[in-house]
Design a protein around this ligand. Structure first.
Ligand SMILES: N[C@@H](CCC(=O)N[C@@H](CS)C(=O)NCC(=O)O)C(=O)O
Length: 238
């Protein structure tokens, strides 16, 4: 049994998509980041960076103690290695898939995330920041579109590289339905993944969690303005 500690955000969806696709038995533990649950001691113990997602594998292949993993790219790789699915076993194939997983976690995720932040979550409008992250996100979509020319999926067949990039493309599309108009290969890829039963199931499970309302001011307080000192303060035992 795998415990999935997450919230249905773009980084969280990657892992529920992956678990569904692999047909692994898993249990969802909601970590409502808008309510500050990422600072709870039990969660910090498995995710020291106070970010979702994280997993606990209570039945690891070596039959030893439970294994905990945090960081979405590391979790996708762990699950692929555990099941032997969605990551090629050849050195050449693995290098290709892992290059695109790292590209997503180091590039598309942070850039699209900052774009969203500066468009949706700042009290003042900062044109330079909006332009900077919008352009970078656009550039990265262009990279993916070129890569998908003549390929069904990023590395040929469906892999953890696709699972990493889909949710960030999806969240952009939810806000800007025309975002992929200039990227026909990316649009075709996006539509194909969106229709996969595992993806539909993963997003449906996420929706169920979202039913918990969070006050906007509280959400802002919990998510933004974190520093080493104020996080350390929050982590002190009460
Ligand atoms: N690099 C991390 C990023 C994870 C991340 O940013 N998670 C966000 C939600 S999408 C989070 O947990 N935020 C909580 C917070 O900011 O305190 C990964 O890929 O797993």
């Amino acid at each position: 049994m795998i415990e999935l500690h997450y919230w249905p955000t773009s980084n969280g969806h990657k892992i529920s998509m992956c678990l569904e696709e692999m047909a692994l038995s898993y249990e969802i533990h909601g970590v409502n980041i808008g309510k500050g649950e990422q600072f709870k001691p039990d969660f910090i113990a498995i995710s020291p960076n106070n970010r979702i997602p994280a997993i606990i594998d209570r039945a690891p292949l070596d039959m030893g103690e439970p294994i905990t993993v945090f960081e979405s790219g590391a979790i996708l790789t762990y699950l692929a290695e555990k099941t032997g699915q969605f990551l090629p076993s050849t050195s050449r194939g693995r290098a290709d898939v892992l290059s695109w997983v790292f590209w997503q976690v180091g590039g598309l995720g942070p850039m699209a995330g900052q774009k969203n932040h500066f468009i949706q979550h700042t009290s003042e409008r900062i044109p330079y920041a909006i332009e900077r992250y919008s352009k970078e996100t656009d550039r990265l979509f262009g990279v993916l579109d070129r890569r998908l020319e003549g390929r069904d999926f990023i590395c040929g067949s469906y892999s953890i590289a696709d699972m990493a990039s889909f949710p960030w493309t999806n969240s952009t599309m939810q806000r800007e339905p025309n975002a992929l108009d200039a990227f026909p290969n990316l649009r075709r890829w996006y539509e194909a993944i969106r229709a996969r039963p595992a993806v539909v199931a993963a997003y449906a499970k996420g929706e169920a969690l979202r039913a918990q309302p969070v006050d906007e001011e509280e959400r802002h307080r919990n998510l933004y303005g974190q520093t080493a000192a104020n996080v350390a303060e929050r982590l002190k035992p009460t």
